[in-house]
Design a protein around this ligand. Structure first.
Ligand SMILES: *[C@@H]1O[C@H](CO)[C@@H](O)[C@H](O)[C@H]1NC(C)=O
Ligand SMILES: *[C@@H]1O[C@H](CO)[C@@H](O)[C@H](O)[C@H]1NC(C)=O
Ligand SMILES: *[C@@H]1O[C@H](CO)[C@@H](O)[C@H](O)[C@H]1NC(C)=O
Ligand SMILES: *[C@@H]1O[C@H](CO)[C@@H](O)[C@H](O)[C@H]1NC(C)=O
Ligand SMILES: *[C@@H]1O[C@H](CO)[C@@H](O)[C@H](O)[C@H]1NC(C)=O
Ligand SMILES: *[C@@H]1O[C@H](CO)[C@@H](O)[C@H](O)[C@H]1NC(C)=O
Ligand SMILES: *[C@@H]1O[C@H](CO)[C@@H](O)[C@H](O)[C@H]1NC(C)=O
Ligand SMILES: *[C@@H]1O[C@H](CO)[C@@H](O)[C@H](O)[C@H]1NC(C)=O
Length: 441
């Protein structure tokens, strides 16, 4: 009897809740809401009984329910699901969100996907994020730089009790002018297509600075790893921009292993798939950069489109997302991976024991981070989902729209990019790798 509430609303790049969600079965299912046990005293928590959707009648065909489709269990309307965004799929999620989790809308754009990726948390009490410059709605073609913006974390935390604080937190564009063009003549910080920025690594080389991946632009700006000063004038230095003289395809994400301080990063095809890079000349792989010796080594292949990368709290596991199902301007391949793989990191820093951690639904797993307990968080087609280290879904921070990336920011804070929307979540869990835990270089 129960029909699931499916909604077509998802594509990875540049779409938003307001324009895309097609209300479906709302009213008719409201009466069934009592099927779902509510156990929390927080008005923003929804407890989902997974048995409530083990048997659906009917199970809709692929033309109606597939990778791009937001799924809400029967008896829950999409309105309920977004009004109570903390969805508990396993009791362990209560410990993660704490007794009083809150989600706050901080900023919203009509179309332009300004809130795509990055969200780093440099020592300036600011969170930086970048535009999805490859998205069609970014508007101005190949020449458009990623726009970099920032918010103050304390301002965001100050409005955490509100559901909608849009307009109350100042979103500042990071002013790259006067640009500091460094001695190698590289263009300024904001002149690149940026991919993901990351939290500070611990290596002395980067202390107090941000490291990020640049996706490259055209034939003449090679993808590269950059270190950026998080304070004006936001000057940057290239760490490495080639593999034995060859351009990478399009660097996407970067993580520092807390045990050895090395910089691990993914190379993938999105620059080409978004029409701002030439066709690929290397397999899509995971690389490792040793800042002491300058050595670049390969650590993992066999991906369709490797994307996000992170490490468990003590660095013994690596997680790499594969977004092969999303060919961007070329559409979807629904039988390709939308998956997270787990590796054991050996004492010498190499990867072993590739294992399917989880295939996500809906959408594709993009940015990825662990909390201090080793739980794994990834931005997917309906928000941020959280799994335990065995790959069991514990719960969701449900936005009803795609989150490409997010990051822990301060104690119990989570800043979530959702293309045209920017959110701040206040929960109990904390991000895994804090600078002070990292070994000195
Ligand atoms: C996937 O499902 C949506 C409805 O949620 C539909 O609009 C779309 O056409 C489907 N895609 C395919 C390839 O069937
Ligand atoms: C309810 O909320 C209060 C205060 O926020 C908290 O102390 C208490 O533990 C919560 N109870 C449950 C069952 O979550
Ligand atoms: C990009 O900028 C260059 C130099 O400013 C200009 O010559 C070129 O026409 C621009 N290309 C596009 C697609 O806007
Ligand atoms: C949030 O607040 C802003 C400013 O008051 C308003 O324009 C917008 O419609 C609100 N958005 C939602 C989703 O309520
Ligand atoms: C790169 O250069 C090749 C060869 O000149 C050209 O065909 C291609 O269009 C260029 N691609 C981009 C993205 O500029
Ligand atoms: C930025 O410039 C300052 C002053 O020249 C320099 O000390 C610092 O290393 C630079 N940072 C980066 C990331 O290039
Ligand atoms: C790292 O943490 C894992 C659990 O995530 C544990 O099994 C392992 O023993 C730890 N390794 C070290 C070297 O502490
Ligand atoms: C889709 O992905 C699968 C798995 O990677 C691959 O075997 C298949 O050839 C792809 N299909 C297309 C049309 O690219």
């Amino acid at each position: 009897m129960l029909s699931p509430n499916f909604t077509t609303s998802y594509t990875h790049f540049a779409q938003n809740l307001a324009t895309m969600i097609v209300p479906t079965l709302f009213g008719s299912l409201a009466a069934l809401a009592s099927c779902v046990a509510a156990q929390s005293n927080s008005s923003q928590v929804l407890v989902v009984d997974q048995k409530s959707f083990n048997v659906l009648t009917p199970v809709p065909p692929p033309s109606q329910a597939n990778l791009t489709t937001i799924f809400v269990p029967p008896g829950i309307t999409l309105n309920d699901a977004t009004a109570k965004p903390f969805h508990v799929y396993d009791n362990a999620f209560h410990d993660i969100i704490g007794p009083n989790p809150t989600l706050t809308l901080i900023a919203r754009q009509d179309v332009n996907p300004l809130f795509h990726e990055a969200v780093v948390y440099p020592p300036t009490d600011e969170v930086f994020f970048v535009q999805n410059a490859g998205a069609k709605d970014a508007g101005t073609g190949l020449n458009k730089s990623n726009i970099i913006q920032k918010i103050s974390l304390s301002q965001a935390a100050g409005v955490a009790s509100l559901r909608n604080a849009s307009g109350q937190v100042q979103v500042q564009t990071v002013n790259a002018t006067p640009p500091v063009i460094n001695s190698n003549g590289q263009p300024p910080f904001a002149a690149f297509y940026l991919s993901k920025l990351m939290k500070l690594p611990g290596a002395t080389l980067y202390r107090g600075q941000i490291v990020f991946t640049g996706e490259g632009q055209g034939n003449n700006t090679a993808p590269a790893l950059y270190v950026v000063n998080p304070r004006p004038p936001y000057n940057s230095t290239i760490l490495v921009n080639n593999y034995f003289g060859r351009q990478w395809n399009s660097l996407n994400d970067v993580a520092i292993n807390p045990r050895n301080g090395d910089v691990y990063f993914t190379d993938t095809l999105y620059g080409y798939l978004q029409n701002f890079r030439p066709g690929p000349e290397l397999p899509n792989q995971v690389y490792r950069y040793n800042p002491s010796t300058g050595a670049v080594t390969t650590v993992a292949d066999g991906f369709e489109l490797p994307n996000g990368i992170t490490f468990s709290p003590n660095g013994s596991y690596a997680y790499v997302t594969d977004t092969g199902a999303q060919y961007s301007n070329f559409g979807y391949n629904m039988t390709a991976p939308a998956s997270i793989y787990q590796y054991t990191v050996l004492a010498d820093g190499t990867f072993d024991n590739r294992k399917l951690f989880t295939y996500v639904s809906p959408g594709i797993p993009d940015g990825i981070h662990c909390d201090t307990e080793g739980n794994v968080y990834s931005g997917v087609g309906d928000g941020v989902q959280v799994w335990n280290p065995s790959g069991t879904l514990l719960g969701k921070i449900f936005l009803g729209t795609t989150s490409a990336n997010f990051n822990f920011a301060g104690k119990g804070g989570l800043v979530i990019c959702a293309e045209t929307e920017l959110y701040y979540a206040s929960i109990a869990a904390e991000g895994a790798i804090v600078e002070s835990q990292l070994p000195p270089q």
